[in-house]
Design a protein around this ligand. Structure first.
Ligand code: DHK
Length: 155
């Protein structure tokens, strides 16, 4: 079987990463995160599709695409984490591994951020590790997919 890409999906306001609330989300931009993911994925032998949208329906459409077209999904649904039954339903229609990433430690923040619909489906959740959480999620996916796991940080 041909290996398929891993989808890395980012929700609302993450296009402003590096500009909005840097004390919470840091100074790196989403383009920086994408480059970091591409480097890490190459070291792990994974191919990635990296997307961001402010529109819930677009994220749902990418998840539908991933049902047949991806070996795994890494998703930071951003605020939709806490509200979207529709994203949970879309992920429940996928058989591949799903990892949920939050840049900030949502459990140290407002109570409404403590609940995640996506966690009801996610095989793993990474929160509070900054943008490194995406790399940790890629490493975990490589393990779950049985791919060789050379330590991408040491090259
Ligand atoms: C990003 C957001 O935009 C928030 O709405 C979430 C998440 C947390 C993050 O930490 O990456 O509550």
């Amino acid at each position: 079987m041909m290996a398929k890409p891993v989808y890395i999906l980012n929700g609302p306001n993450l296009n402003l990463l590096g500009q909005r609330q840097p004390e919470i989300y840091g100074h790196e931009t989403l383009a920086d995160v994408e480059s970091m993911c591409r480097r890490a994925a190459a070291g792990l032998g994974l191919d990635i599709r990296f997307h961001q949208s402010n529109a819930e329906h677009q994220i749902i459409d990418w998840i539908h695409e991933a049902r047949q077209g991806a070996d795994g999904i890494i998703i930071n649904p951003a605020a939709l984490t806490h509200t979207s039954v529709a994203i949970l339903d879309a992920l429940n229609a996928c058989d591949c591994p799903v990892l949920e990433v939050h840049i900030s430690n949502v459990h140290r923040r407002e109570a409404f951020r403590h609940h995640s619909y996506v966690s009801l489906r996610a095989d793993g959740v990474i929160a509070g590790c900054g943008t490194q959480g995406y790399v940790l999620a890629l490493e975990r996916l490589a393990t779950l997919l049985g791919r060789q796991h050379s330590d991408s940080r040491r090259g």
